[in-house]
Ligand binder design. Structure first.
Ligand code: LLP
Length: 415
């Protein structure tokens, strides 16, 4: 089943047609493995959910910026939601048409704005009055017009992890919904700007998507008022935040959300934009690590893997619990904590009490790590980031090789 790309066959864990042991042998560990079919499946699921509305899916590149992953989504017709000059360059290289690229994010620099204008992106998602004025100035200097959408902060609680809640008044994102009308009026007096849309993004991994319905209601109401006042809006962006399951939960599906928001959005006659990241790539990926040691400190048992918070930060940063499965089937369970090689006590891969009973030399797969896995990896402790492998049917291809230790030092200047 494409939505579950990592399954056992003949006693071994496979990614689609390829045994993970073969991938570890060919490409070493730690390595991220992605299923192209699972990404396509996830895209079609969201696309189908929005079939009743004119829509565009703009992939949130931050979830997994790998060029080959981006190319799959670009080939399916997706647009891209980028948050930096670096993501913009990638999105263009991966084949997203510039006019389907949204430049989002709270901290765009002048250089990034110039870069995006040069690239001819679709529009800027503007998050403050200061940014609106800067965008106007830069566009006017270049005698061009920048399309923009205000990102509104609706002050709705997404009820997810506090670090990924973004639509509350206490969070840095967007402009207060009550100030939007004033800012569209201001924009109309500034040179170089064209109001094209309105948007929001209230949080990530919202297992219950009803806060999005509530916030969409407020946003649609505002959009209708702006249209009535003559603001020439063309699109409304409801953000991303679609959940995936990290275990036994049954989070809301995109279809459940669209059933609820269709009647709210259809009367506006606007193009509906959405910017999913996690839902498109999360379940498609697993991090493959090899066990180095088993050890015991007093009553505490540890399984030490060759990748930890450097390869996958989510457990350390959010106490996220990913499913850990042994590549060899039926290992049984043991009471132990799986940790990485990094010199930090937070370097934990699983907070569960029990874990697969894997021995040194054996492989573990950490599931549902296709989103915010590699993209948040670091070289901390002098370890190269994981390699990345894309499986498409029976073919496994390296889509990012591991850097050598020498290469990691290349940008440095040794005085
Ligand atoms: N649009 C905007 C403006 C965003 O800030 C984000 C994510 C998205 C779309 C995509 O959200 P998604 O569909 O992936 O939920 N590192 C965290 C997640 C951070 C999300 C940041 N913004 C994690 O590992 O859970």
């Amino acid at each position: 089943m494409p939505e579950r790309p990592f399954v056992y066959s003949d006693g071994m864990l496979f990614c689609d047609g390829v045994p993970l042991s073969e991938i570890a042998d060919r490409f070493d560990t730690p390595t991220y493995v992605y299923s192209a079919e699972a990404i396509r499946f996830a895209y079609h699921e969201i696309d189908q959910a929005f079939a009743g509305l004119p829509h565009r899916i703009c992939y949130s590149v931050k979830a997994n910026p790998n060029l080959s992953v981006c190319s799959i989504l670009a080939a399916l017709g997706a647009g891209a939601d980028v948050t930096s000059g670096g993501e913009l360059v990638r999105a263009l290289r991966a084949g997203f048409p510039p006019e389907k690229i949204v430049f989002a994010g709270v901290g765009k620099s002048r250089a990034e704005i110039e870069q995006a204008l040069t690239a001819g992106i679709g529009h800027f998602s503007v998050e403050s009055e200061g940014e609106l004025r800067l965008l106007s100035g830069v566009a006017a200097d270049r005698a061009t017009i920048a399309g923009f959408a205000l990102r509104v902060n609706p002050d709705v609680n997404a009820h997810t992890h506090p670090y990924i809640t973004t639509g509350l008044a206490s969070s840095k994102f967007g402009v207060p919904i009550g100030e939007a009308t004033r800012l569209y009026r201001l924009a109309a007096t500034l040179p170089g700007l064209r109001a094209e849309g309105i948007g929001m993004h209230i949080g990530s991994q919202m297992e219950d998507l009803s806060p999005v319905v509530e916030a969409t209601r407020g946003l649609a109401h505002l959009a209708a008022e702006l249209l009535a006042q003559g603001v020439p809006l063309q699109h409304i962006d409801i953000g991303g935040g679609y959940p995936i399951t990290y275990g036994d939960t049954q989070p809301d599906s995109p279809g459940k959300l669209t059933t609820a928001i269709e009647p709210i959005l259809r009367p506006l006659g606007l193009l509906v934009l959405t910017a999913p990241g996690r839902r498109l790539v999360g379940a498609a990926g697993a991090l493959l690590v090899r066990i180095l040691y088993r050890k015991r400190n007093g009553n505490h048992a540890f399984i030490v893997a060759d990748g930890g918070m450097n390869a996958l930060l989510r457990p350390a940063l959010y106490r996220a619990q990913h499913r850990l499965v042994a590549v060899r089937e039926n290992t049984g369970e043991v009471q132990a904590q799986v940790v990485g090689p990094v010199c930090e006590s937070a370097d934990v891969l699983s907070f569960e009490e029990t874990t697969p009973d894997v021995q040194p030399g054996e492989l573990l797969a950490i599931l549902d790590t296709g989103a915010y896995g590699f993209s948040m990896a670091s070289e901390y402790n002098g370890r190269p980031r994981p390699a990345e492998v894309l499986v498409d049917g029976a073919a496994a291809r390296l889509v990012r090789r591991r850097q050598s230790h020498e290469e990691m030092m290349v940008p440095e200047i040794d005085l």
